[in-house]
Ligand binder design. Structure first.
Ligand SMILES: [Zn+2]
Length: 489
């Protein structure tokens, strides 16, 4: 009657070693989202991904269309890559070590900063620094984050000039003559793209001023290329760490799939990945499908054996997992990096559901902003999408049935359903059932709910605003819908 295997764990942790390889500009906190093994039998992987243009599916397609923006609290006041301790070298020879940047005033051009407010925890002091006083800023590993750029008279990433070589003078703030006289004058398409990016950056800045939240930046093609190269370097280092496994890299349109699964078995998953991506893009109303992941492609590391998977987690994330309980993980970094890892488990066919579930966590992470949505909602959406996308996956429906049965017996959603960092195994079914309920109740409000949370609003405030319900009232109405009239949170 219970689903003993359906448990999750959640481990926020600093993953400096990995990030140094894949994101040298920042140290970012990784969140792990896991799915544990169940014994579902799925008949045919290549038939499992399907289009379900049912009313609910259409509902979620529309959920994410709008960009409602309201917030009353700040969670991310500076770009993710400037979070964490830094060293600042001043032009007068002095320096600040191990300080944090509390505020960064953007300059006229994208990716530039004219003023910083710095906090020195050792001295307990805050200092305002104009860009021109600073020579460079590095992270504690010595990687350069920002340098003073005399052309734009602001702090910029070290590769700023190269990355902005094709942009308009207005964008970079550089001398108009530079663009006019350039032999590589940008094409009309490039100029339009630059203008689009500039408009987005302006909106992004205004959004931050209004809400305190930085939306994910729109990367230039050069930045995507660089991110892709870094991801490939990272995967190369994974291969080198496991020479005996003979890991092979399969590059698809949206994924870098590194695996030691037998080629025929691997091909089943590989052929599904891009289709799944297209489906998820539809669900999240994402039109720029190539820009979902940094570099356009997410790394997926798939091991045949559970012990290899556990060793990978240990080596690259300093993270102990029991592969008999954990089959897949979504590593989500605050700088936008997403890494999916899993092992084939006892039943390789079950993997399709695992992959969709974990990738959905990745999508939610890359949607709008790095703000983390409540765990019940995150897991509920991931299971709901897995149920919708993966044909024949009865696992989620079974969890829902068991969850409702338990709610009937206990009259409750279980401990800390709304507030837990990681809901319990037996609460997954209720989480996806509640997502389903919210979708049916008011599809458009669901979209607004996610957008509001991603804009920095507390989820219960967002719920009240979008659905007009408190968590208790939601519980009560949800309870009525599943035949448990006195359901308590
Ligand atoms: Zn999950």
């Amino acid at each position: 009657m219970s689903c003993p295997a359906e448990q999750t764990s959640f481990h926020p942790a600093e993953q400096a070693a990995c990030l140094k390889m894949i994101a040298p500009r920042s140290k970012a906190a990784f969140l792990l989202f896991t799915i544990r093994i169940t014994s579902d039998q799925l008949s045919d992987i290549s038939r499992m991904m399907r289009r379900r243009l049912l009313s609910l599916w259409l509902a979620i397609i529309f959920l994410f269309l709008a960009c409602g923006a309201f917030a009353d609290e700040t969670q991310t006041a500076i770009p993710p890559y400037l979070q964490g301790p830094v060293n600042i070298q001043l032009r007068n020879g002095k320096s600040f070590t191990n300080v944090t940047i509390e505020e960064a005033t953007p300059g006229q051009a994208a990716d530039t900063f004219v003023k910083l407010r710095v906090f020195d925890p050792a001295a307990g002091k805050r200092t305002l620094l104009g860009a021109s006083a600073i020579k460079q800023i590095t992270n504690l590993s010595g990687d350069t984050l920002l340098v003073y750029n005399t052309k734009v008279r602001a702090l910029t990433p070290a590769n700023f000039d190269r990355l902005h070589a094709g942009r308009t003078p207005q964008e970079t703030g550089t001398d108009k003559k530079l663009a006019d006289s350039s032999k590589n004058r940008p094409t009309r398409a490039e100029l339009l793209e630059s203008a689009r990016r500039q408009r987005y950056e302006e909106e992004r800045r205004k959004f931050h001023e209004r809400t305190g939240v930085w939306l994910w930046p729109l990367l230039t093609p050069e930045q995507h290329q660089q991110a892709l190269a870094e991801t490939k370097e990272y995967l190369k280092s994974v291969s080198e760490k496991f020479p005996s496994l003979g890991l092979r890299l399969n590059e698809t349109q949206y994924y870098l799939f590194l695996t030691d699964l037998p080629p025929a078995a691997a091909q089943n998953y590989i052929s599904c990945l891009d289709r799944m991506h297209e489906e998820l893009c539809k669900a999240f109303a994402i039109t720029d499908k190539q820009s979902v992941w940094l570099g356009g492609k997410a790394p997926v590391v798939a091991f045949s054996r559970g012990d290899s998977f556990a060793e990978f987690e240990r080596e690259f994330f300093k993270h102990e997992v029991n592969p008999q309980q954990v089959q897949g993980l979504a590593h989500l970094a605050s700088n936008g990096v997403v890494i999916i890892s899993f092992h084939a488990g006892q039943d390789p066919l079950y993997l399709a559901g695992v992959i969709v579930h974990e990738t959905t966590h990745g999508f939610i992470h890359r949607y709008k902003s790095p703000i983390i949505i409540p765990n019940w909602l995150n897991e509920g959406i991931a299971d709901w999408v897995a149920m919708t996308v993966v044909r024949g996956d009865s696992g989620v429906r079974r969890k829902i049935k068991a969850g409702i049965e338990r709610a009937r017996q206990t009259g409750s959603l279980g401990p800390n359903f709304f507030t837990a960092d990681n809901i319990a195994a037996e609460q997954y079914g209720l989480a996806s059932a509640m997502v389903d309920f919210l979708l049916r109740l008011k599809p458009k409000a669901f979209r607004d709910l996610i957008d509001s949370i991603k804009s920095g609003q507390k989820w219960d405030v967002a719920l009240k605003k979008t659905y007009g319900l408190t968590p208790e009232e939601l519980t009560h109405q949800f309870g009525l819908s599943i035949g448990v009239p006195n359901l308590q949170p």
